[in-house]
Design a protein around this ligand. Structure first.
Ligand code: AP5
Length: 208
C-alpha cells in the first residue's frame, strides 16, 4: 500500500503516519524529518536547507525530488510506504509519477485556529523525533521525553511568524494538489479535528 499524507502543517500527518507505519510494518517517509535529521547532523544538505525550514518556505523541488527518489529505491519499501509531506507542489507530484505508483492520498483537514493551537503546543524529542503536545498529548513529566527522560524542545519553525508563513505557503503551493489527486480519483478526506484515536479510526476505515 503506497500512501501520500497531505494536509496543512500541524494537522497531525506525522502523528498518524508513525502510528500507521508501525501497525502495517511499512516505512514512514517524512521529508521534513529527513531535512531536520540532516540539519542536526550538520551535513551539507542540512546547512543548505536550515534557513529555509526556519522560515517555513519550501526547499527547491529538484533537491526534494532527488531525495525522495533515492529513498524509494531502498529495499524496505517493497510492501508499501507512507509519504508524509511529499509531494508539496505540482512539479513534485508530476515528478513522483515517473518513479512511484500511489494507491491513495489521504487529505487531513483542520481549521487554521486549531492548527495554530497544535503547532504552538507541540514539543519534540530531537534525537528520536517523538512528538508531544503540552495539552493534547502531554509527556508523563512536563518537558521530558517519556522514554529517555531527555529535554523536549520546540521546533524552530513553530514560531508564530513561521507558522503564518507555512499556512500561506500551504495555501499557495500545496493546496492545488487536492484537485490534482481528486481528478485522479485517489483522494480520501479525513477530518483531523477529533482526538487522535478517533482520527486514526477514520483513517484506517478510508484505506484502500
Ligand atoms: P514538515 O515536517 O513536513 O512540516 P509540516 O507539513 O508543516 O507538518 P508538521 O510536521 O508541522 O505537522 P504534522 O501535520 O505532521 O502534525 P503533527 O503530527 O506533528 O516540513 C517542515 C519543512 O520542511 C517545510 O516547511 C519545508 O521547509 C520543508 N519540506 C518538507 N517537505 C518538503 C517538500 N516536499 N518540499 C519542499 N520542502 C519541504 O501534530 C502537530 C501537533 O498536534 C503535535 O503536538 C501532536 O501531538 C498534536 N496532535 C496530532 N494529532 C492530534 C489530534 N488528533 N488531536 C490533538 N492534537 C493532535
Amino acid at each position: 500500500m503506497n500512501l501520500i499524507f497531505l494536509g496543512p502543517p500541524g494537522a497531525g500527518k506525522g502523528t498518524m503516519a508513525s502510528r500507521l507505519a508501525q501497525d502495517k510494518g511499512i516505512p514512514h517517509i517524512s521529508t521534513g524529518d529527513i531535512f531536520r535529521e540532516n540539519i542536526n547532523n550538520g551535513t551539507d544538505l542540512g546547512k543548505k536547507v536550515k534557513s529555509i525550514l526556519d522560515s517555513g518556505d519550501l526547499v527547491p523541488d529538484e533537491l526534494t525530488v532527488e531525495l525522495v527518489k533515492d529513498r524509494l529505491n531502498q529495499g524496505d519499501v517493497s510492501n508499501g510506504f507512507i509519504l508524509d509531506g511529499f509531494p508539496r507542489t505540482i512539479p513534485q507530484a508530476e515528478a513522483l509519477e515517473d518513479f512511484a505508483s500511489i494507491d491513495a492520498v489521504i487529505l487531513f483537514t483542520l481549521p487554521d485556529e486549531e492548527i495554530v493551537k497544535r503547532l504552538s503546543g507541540r514539543r519534540v524529542h530531537k534525537p528520536s523525533g517523538r512528538t508531544y503536545h503540552i495539552l493534547f498529548s502531554p509527556p508523563k513529566v512536563p518537558g521530558k521525553d517519556d522514554v529517555t527522560g531527555e529535554e523536549l524542545i520546540q521546533r524552530g519553525d513553530d514560531s508564530e511568524e513561521s507558522i503564518r508563513n507555512r499556512l500561506d505557503v500551504y495555501r499557495k503551493q500545496t493546496q492545488p494538489l487536492v484537485d490534482f489527486y481528486r481528478k485522479k480519483n485517489l483522494l480520501k478526506e479525513v477530518d483531523a479535528g477529533p482526538a487522535p484515536d478517533e482520527v486514526y479510526e477514520k483513517l484506517t476505515a478510508n484505506l484502500p
